[in-house]
Design a binder for this molecule. Sequence first.
Ligand SMILES: Cc1cc2nc3c(=O)[nH]c(=O)nc-3n(C[C@H](O)[C@H](O)[C@H](O)COP(=O)(O)OP(=O)(O)OC[C@H]3O[C@@H](n4cnc5c(N)ncnc54)[C@H](O)[C@@H]3O)c2cc1C
Length: 400
Amino acid sequence: MTISRRKFLRNTGLAVAGASLARPGLVSSAASIVRGPSKKIAILGAGMAGLVAAYELTQLGHDVTILEARMRPGGRVFTIREPFSDGLYAEAGAARIPDEHDLTLKYVKLFNLPLEPMYPTRLSSLTFDRNGTRHEGSMESFTEALGGYYGGDLGGSPSRWQKMKGGNDLLPKAFAQRLAGRIYYGSPVVRIETDAKMARVVFLHAGSPQTISADRVLCTIPFSVLRNVELPGLSEQKLEVIKRAQYAAVSRVYLQARNRIWEEKGLSGFAFTQSAVEIWHPTWSQAGPRGILMTYARPGEAERITNLKDAERISSTLKELDGYFPGLQTNFEGAATKCWLEDEWARGAWCFVGFRDFVRSTEVDSGRIHFAGEHLSAWPSWIQGALSSGLRAVKEIDAA
Ligand SMILES: Cc1cc2nc3c(=O)[nH]c(=O)nc-3n(C[C@H](O)[C@H](O)[C@H](O)COP(=O)(O)OP(=O)(O)OC[C@H]3O[C@@H](n4cnc5c(N)ncnc54)[C@H](O)[C@@H]3O)c2cc1C
């Protein structure tokens, strides 16, 4: 006997309207039993929103295809491993996971990925007061300064913050591994159109346009990039929101040192500067003797760095950090930089649009196109936001 998806969901208390699709374990177990009619779904973008939606829709028995412009999954969850030596790595995007981000932590657990503390407990951090006077203190003094400047979201006890041992890209890779045959890399979408019966997506493959048809499209492309995609039929109001969405500038500079000379002076390598730039030692939990120090600049400071040539970004950062950690210049080996405004498939670090505002902004229903991504969630600029928006779209699409 076959059982319809809807009947199965009702019987198991996973009825679509009230379903907590945020419970990956339950959804996964549903998959092997569901035998309802499936929908053909095109998902645009293999970032966290697209991946979680693809994974859960597949578990529910739908036929999913993912089109991704890059040659890797994860979007703004991106671990930089090159050009560093000895297997060292650092995060270009998402780095820390707070203990209240239940969705992020559930998928980390589902895929058995190892977590470790974000911050070291030993050695001193540097903070600077309004007059620029330098203070050496515990890791608490760093998170306190950070939370004080950027809001409580980033503060609290250092022990509430974790990261993935081996790099945060392990999470998107774990999703992608389970979806391998369904993902088309190197496939930038250039047009999305929909009518009463079907949706069609035009993408480039080896530079030539190709079209796929689907019952439903889930678009997770950041609005900063989506504004360059043809969207015939979408309401003027929605197009206006997409056009106006403001993405934040973030710049990071990574400096590899032959030795962790700052540790010899009792310093952890973490600092919060007078211009509100974070300095991290992301390799503190990785094997030495080499180490990476990195800067994390947000709007205000990030644009200035983005406007510099790569060599200048590196030389000016090296000079500044040598002032905090003397000896860095003589131990310097090589560097990398990441400025999110110039990332072709992100054009910025994050943005808040708000799903309700986006939906309300349209008079005409967007029909067969659904939208997700951190920008359309209650947790913009977090993995948790991308995941929650993806799961909201799963409910919409399954119920449609
Ligand atoms: C610097 C930085 C620091 C951050 N720090 C944290 C943190 O500490 N903790 C945390 O939880 N989160 C953090 N985040 C936020 C987190 O990384 C994002 O919220 C989340 O990864 C966004 O996922 P997404 O799926 O919405 O978008 P994306 O990851 O951007 O995914 C969208 C995908 O669409 C693809 N795409 C774009 N255009 C096209 C096209 N035309 N055709 C096909 N595909 C396309 C992109 O390549 C990408 O893979 C940070 C982000 C940044 C940038």
